[in-house]
Design a protein around this ligand. Structure first.
Ligand SMILES: [Zn+2]
Length: 132
């Protein structure tokens, strides 16, 4: 990556090389999404971090991946199951809780990987365009 490539991005509509700060494409006029991290356009997720977060707090890995609603569902459902198991005496619920906990960890890991794959594909596409 050279210095110049940091200051350009690609139009979401037509793929034209445009100024990184441009709000609209000069070629087709399409509105460009606002880049949250102006330093680096692509932010990869760490699958290990996502899994560890879900290991300690169910749903936190999903929230880290940007799946906020899914994350909160994991957290709420898990809290409910633990409440039933420990305060209401439904011990069998603990089994469901453990399964859900493991599923949450695996899901967080896989979701982070799939996010990276999508971002990676986009990145490859960009470098492909740049080389032509
Ligand atoms: Zn355009």
């Amino acid at each position: 990556m050279n210095e110049q490539s940091k200051n350009i991005k690609f139009c979401v509509n037509c793929g034209e090389k445009i100024n990184f700060d441009a709000k609209f494409c000069p070629k087709c006029g399409a509105k460009q999404p606002i880049e949250r991290n102006s330093g680096s356009a692509v932010v990869l997720k760490n699958p290990g971090v996502a899994a560890v977060l879900s290991f300690f707090i169910p749903g936190l890995g999903q929230i880290y991946n940007g799946e906020i609603i899914l994350g909160f569902w994991f957290l709420i459902f898990q809290s409910l199951l633990l409440y039933l198991a420990f305060f209401q005496g439904y011990k069998f619920v603990l089994l469901i809780s453990i399964v859900l906990w493991i599923l949450g960890i695996v899901d967080a890991y896989r979701a982070a990987e799939s996010i990276n794959r999508k971002l990676g594909t986009k990145k490859n596409l960009k470098s492909l365009i740049e080389n032509h």
